[in-house]
Design a protein around this ligand. Structure first.
Ligand code: NAD
Length: 213
């Protein structure tokens, strides 16, 4: 698994979204060319990404949308529920607790944590905010798999380490800082400001220069 490039995993998520849309539209077959156009990559790239996981589709006939969708769900580990906790119930943590699409892919929101005594005990959505000291017990009882880390940057490493010690092996880190993954965990950064800086880079040139580039 470790030989699969991160970019391939990202593109599989994109292909899954495209296949989901095709399925909703009642389209039953598709091709690497169509997936490539929608994902803004080459058809060769689509075939190469899928080839890491076996042979899908038939030469000339393309892919059955529902079958490839199910295969990608299996490859991405989305055919089982994942128990999710939010660590840091400030502005972002509260917004994520209200986000309705989490459970669409069976990400089950099970717990919320904070260190602020004023927040502990409050109900947010369907969760009661608990103190971080309860993390080991709750992680065991609720079989937590994934932590959404929404604490300030200077608290992120300690909170990630606490998640790792509690046996929570997946962390989605919203804090704009690099975290050393605790042993046996995978940390995925979601850096909103870095995204804005990339947007700034791409739109800074006046349109006339972009056309000649
Ligand atoms: P916030 O200050 O509103 O909330 C942070 C929460 O984390 C607080 O409730 C605080 O008590 C709690 N906390 C602090 N240390 C903790 C610890 N060790 N364990 C558990 N909880 C702890 O901040 P926010 O705006 O929600 O942002 C949270 C993180 O997400 C920050 O790193 C921020 O840079 C990042 N972020 C925020 C936004 C946004 O729109 N608010 C967007 C992108 C990224």
């Amino acid at each position: 698994m470790s030989t699969i490039p991160t970019a391939t995993v990202s593109r599989l998520v994109t292909y899954l979204r495209i296949l989901g849309t095709l399925d909703e539209q009642g389209v039953t077959r598709t091709s690497s060319e169509h997936l490539a156009r929608e994902a803004h990559v080459s058809a060769f790239q689509v075939r190469k990404d899928l080839a890491y996981f076996g042979r899908f589709g038939t030469r000339g006939a393309g892919y059955v949308v529902a079958t490839l969708h199910d295969e990608l769900m299996r490859i991405l580990g989305l055919t089982r529920p994942w128990n999710v906790a939010i660590v840091g119930m400030g502005r972002l943590g509260e917004a994520l607790a209200d986000y309705p699409n989490l459970e669409r892919y069976d990400f089950q929101l099970r717990a919320a944590f904070d260190v602020d005594r004023d927040k502990v005990g409050r109900t947010v959505g369907k969760l009661v905010v608990r103190h971080m000291s309860e993390l080991p017990r709750v992680a065991r009882d609720e079989r937590l798999d994934i932590g959404l880390l929404t604490v300030p940057s200077d608290a992120a490493q300690d909170a990630a380490d606490a998640l790792g010690r509690a046996g929570v092996h997946g962390i989605l880190n919203f804090a704009p800082t690099v975290i050393d993954p605790p042993d046996g965990t995978h940390v995925e950064p979601v850096d909103f400001l870095a995204g804005l800086k990339r947007v700034s880079f791409y739109i800074q040139q006046p349109p006339s220069r972009k056309q000649t580039a």
